[in-house]
Design a protein around this ligand. Structure first.
Ligand code: IMP
Length: 178
């Protein structure tokens, strides 16, 4: 275990098993219709995307977006696109791939943005969910693990851009962010 980690919350094997389950659920949901384009948010969702797509038995495509959030008008949080999608998504089915839904602001803003781009049906798959921190009433359609209100790192999740490469999800020692 990394020396900055207090304890491992979700092991690598548990993540792989969950990705298999979610992949099967997603396959079942979309089978027989048009396959979705997976839109992954950089950088946190990359390891989850890589694991998940191995278990989706559909002719999917995937693309990436990078956004940063800032305090917008009326103290609502807005997002700025840093890297946009490479292709048009008009009338496409979108499956947004997230690392974690925390306050819900990011997810809310991205879904609006995808709709503004003309996307058809938009669904969300998130590896983690921290419902106790929610400020916007929003849920992923497919959720991996519901976790307590702790700051987690690993499997894509960072603290100051570090720890994304840990193969598990762990709780960062308090001394690093307090
Ligand atoms: P939200 O807009 O508050 O839902 O935030 C979502 C984003 O905040 C995620 O995509 C993560 O990048 C980041 N985030 C939220 N909670 C954590 C955490 O516990 N560890 C690392 N990043 C987090």
């Amino acid at each position: 275990m990394h020396k900055d980690v207090k304890n491992i919350l979700i092991s690598e094997q548990e993540i792989i098993d969950k990705a298999k389950e979610l992949g099967a659920e997603i396959t079942e949901h979309y089978k027989g219709g048009k396959a979705p384009i997976l839109v992954a948010l950089l950088k946190g969702s990359v390891p989850f995307l890589a694991e998940l797509i191995k278990h989706i038995d559909l002719d999917i495509e995937y693309d990436f977006m990078d956004v940063s959030s800032y305090e917008g008008t009326e103290s609502k949080r807005d997002i700025r696109i840093i890297k946009d999608l490479d292709r048009s998504i008009t009338d496409e089915k979108i499956l947004l791939v997230e690392d974690i839904v925390d306050t819900g602001h990011t997810l809310n803003a991205i879904l609006k943005l995808l709709k503004n781009k003309g996307a058809g049906d938009c669904k969300v798959v998130s590896l983690l969910d921290k419902p106790s921190r929610r400020e916007v009433e929003i849920e992923a359609d497919f959720t991996g693990f519901v976790i307590p209100n702790e700051f987690v790192i690993g499997f894509g999740l960072d603290f100051n851009e570090k720890y994304r490469n840990l193969p598990y999800v762990g709780i960062l020692k308090d001394e690093f962010y307090q």
